[in-house]
Design a binder for this molecule. Structure first.
Ligand code: NAG
Ligand code: NAG
Ligand code: NAG
Ligand code: NAG
Length: 614
């Protein structure tokens, strides 16, 4: 840990702070479902505050990203280095000193204030009583119906002169950002593996690599350009079993029998073997069998295993590991928000948190999602910007759009009006959100696909409009077109009908009834979490072709895929919908729609279009 430089002396303290009025900074409108407020928190308890300092130049963020990722930009593909990103967005000395000054003035001893190495965060070791005074708030303990506990407040305030320098403070109004133990995949149904490896029959009942290759025109075996990489992120207790990957390979993937992914452990992440069962092995079997199967044996697939079995991990734990300028403290710190390492619990991981020492792959696919409203707007916003920074550096970030149509992960909807619940990080305009389609019953791979239908696939593709993020320029025309020609018939109170917010998904891929090897048998699994790694594999093949030709990886793809140059790159999906919240949800339609996005990939056309770009 590093202390603040001595330049921040008491001489900076002036009368300004004391005169400044307090303003409301963040307020939660509801308690996430399952939680209830118990009692006020113990005033003497320790509560380590983390203060996210405002980053400069953010107002130009979309422009910067557009500059390196729009196909008409002369700087297409000229990605930034991590240092360039850090310098552009590092909080200013003024922000650091203003906030520090306020803390000292409020009676906090300088030894208890620390600045993170990337200068993005200030940490204050304080008691609940002090934090309540600093933030003009009250902390409560909340109970979850599973027995979990959480410390939070309902709202908090900051002095007006400090406000422009602080993004947000944690722990405050946010609820646990730890990734849900249950990944967002559909039900698993036992099914005999009757199909042989290249049969294109019954692709409506059992999806296989051969069905996907036929649907999207994929090459059998990519060349594997040196320097290409593709990563899948896994959170505990999910784990893969090598014997399952081998059984799958024997049947479907030549050259992969006995081949393991390249495992990178972050924060004590391991491939746990203590628990076996569909609840523990489905996500990883699905992701790896298809990711590895599609890119073939020459392209190594990286598996990031994040978090130990006790504390688990949040998306931020992963982001800390791959970006040293985002991470908080080299050696971990006390926090009740994002899990902290070394883990103090008995049997927990005792090593530290990697901070920017883990190399990110060109394409990163994560098959988990979260309800947008469980996180605060500002917290989600900060994380979203981080995905945008990865985009600036040429990294593609994929998230599934969710499996419950317009409803939340637990299928509930908020409020009396049954308000739709968007899925984060899909609503972040700087990730590529992937929805799910199916080969409908009785149809073949040569017929157009439809959006996933729960009757056949057990899931409905998540999609809709964010309540937090504004609409990015790259999708404005596509989304306006949908709102004009297929305006959803719902009252404006239950969905974000402003036409000014981020709409998702961006694209889709088949997510229905994937045949997987799991726990020594074959079964089928469905969901957008199948679609995301498949899109990841396809973009990895595009990168393969580009890198072999001396070009850069595709990076952030959204400005590209919505552009006219890529209009032929997708199979438009025009049938199906995504029901939820006692409604029929949204409808798929010609062009972009909030169920299947732009449609499913047409690989030969995508490669052709991407090879024309510098
Ligand atoms: C900010 O402060 C650091 C010392 O902590 C100093 O090296 C740097 O030059 C300052 N930057 C500006 C723009 O004043
Ligand atoms: C925070 O303060 C407590 C009590 O003063 C102390 O025991 C603890 O070591 C401090 N933690 C850090 C990270 O400074
Ligand atoms: C709808 O989205 C906009 C832009 O993201 C946001 O400002 C607004 O608060 C949202 N409306 C609701 C009701 O959440
Ligand atoms: C390119 C650009 O706009 N840079 C600005 C980023 O923010 C710093 C600090 O506010 C300014 O000094 C730069 O001009």
């Amino acid at each position: 840990m590093r202390s603040l430089p001595l330049l921040l002396t008491l001489s900076l303290v002036g009368a300004r702070g004391t005169l400044s009025p307090w303003t409301l900074h963040e307020k939660r409108s509801q308690i996430p479902s399952g939680w209830s407020r118990a009692q006020q928190h113990e005033p003497s308890a320790m509560i380590p505050l983390r203060i996210a300092l405002t980053q400069p130049n953010i107002s130009n963020f979309e422009e910067y990203l557009h500059d390196v990722s729009h196909p008409d930009s002369p700087n297409y593909g000229k990605h930034w280095t991590p240092e360039e990103v850090a310098v552009r967005f590092a909080p200013s000395n003024e922000s650091i000193s203003t906030v520090h000054e306020w803390l000292l003035q409020s009676g906090v001893d300088p030894s208890r204030v620390k600045l993170s190495p990337g200068r993005g965060w200030l940490h204050v070791n304080s008691t609940v009583a002090e934090a309540e005074e600093l933030l003009r708030t009250k902390y409560y303990v909340y109970d979850h119906n599973t027995g979990a506990r959480h410390v939070a407040c309902e709202s908090y305030h900051l002095p007006a002169h400090v406000t422009p320098h602080i993004d947000f403070v944690t722990p405050t109004i946010h609820f646990d950002a730890k990734v849900a133990v249950r990944p967002s995949h559909g039900p698993v149904v036992n099914a005999a593996a009757k199909k042989n490896s290249d049969s294109l029959e019954d692709c409506d009942k059992q999806m296989t690599p051969a069905c996907l290759r036929a649907l999207y025109g994929l090459k059998d075996k990519p060349a594997s350009a040196k320097g290409n990489s593709f990563g899948i992120v896994q959170y505990p207790p999910q784990a893969y079993r090598q014997q399952d990957l081998d059984s799958f390979a024997k049947k479907f993937s030549t050259g992969l029998d006995g081949v393991a992914p390249k495992v990178i452990s972050i924060d004590g992440g391991t491939d746990q073997i203590k628990y076996v069962g569909h609840a523990y092995n489905t996500e990883s079997s699905l992701d790896l069998e298809y990711a590895m199967g599609l890119v073939g044996p020459k392209q190594k697939v990286t598996l990031y295993e994040v978090g130990d079995m006790i504390e688990g991990a949040s998306y931020n734990n992963f982001l800390d590991a791959i970006d040293g300028f985002y991470c908080f403290f080299m050696d971990g710190d006390d926090s009740t928000f994002d899990p902290v390492y070394p883990d103090k619990h008995h049997g927990g991981y005792k090593g530290g948190q990697p901070c920017g020492t883990t190399k990110p792959t060109n394409v990163i696919s994560t098959s988990y999602g979260w309800d947008e409203h469980a996180l605060s707007n500002l917290y989600a916003g900060r994380q979203c910007l981080e995905y945008g920074k990865l985009g600036l550096m040429g990294i593609t970030v994929l998230y599934p759009s969710g499996d419950n149509g317009v409803a939340a992960i637990d299928q509930t909807c908020t409020g009396k009006g049954k308000t739709f619940v968007p899925s984060f990080p899909s609503t972040c305009p700087f990730v590529t959100s992937v929805g799910a389609t199916q080969v409908s019953s009785g149809k073949s791979v040569h017929d157009p696909e439809s959006a996933c239908d729960a009757a056949q696939a057990g899931v409905y593709s998540g999609g809709g409009w964010s309540n937090y993020f504004g609409m990015p320029g790259y999708q404005a025309d596509a989304v306006k077109g949908y709102l004009k020609h297929h305006r959803p018939p719902y009252a404006s109170g239950i969905w974000n009908s402003t036409g000014k917010s981020r709409a998702y998904p961006d694209m889709s891929a088949n997510g229905a009834n994937y045949l997987i090897a799991i726990d020594n048998e074959f079964a089928t699994a469905s969901g957008t979490s199948a679609a995301a790694p498949v899109v990841g594999a396809i973009l990895t093949m595009v990168n393969d072709a580009r890198i072999a030709a001396g070009k850069k990886p595709v990076g952030f793809i959204n400005p590209t895929i919505y552009s006219k140059k890529f209009a032929q790159g997708f199979h438009d999906v025009t049938t199906g919908s995504n029901p939820g919240c006692d409604t029929g949800g949204f409808k798929a339609a010609k062009g972009w729609d909030p169920v299947t996005g732009l449609g499913t990939p047409n690989f030969p056309k995508l490669v052709e279009a991407w090879m024309k770009l510098p």
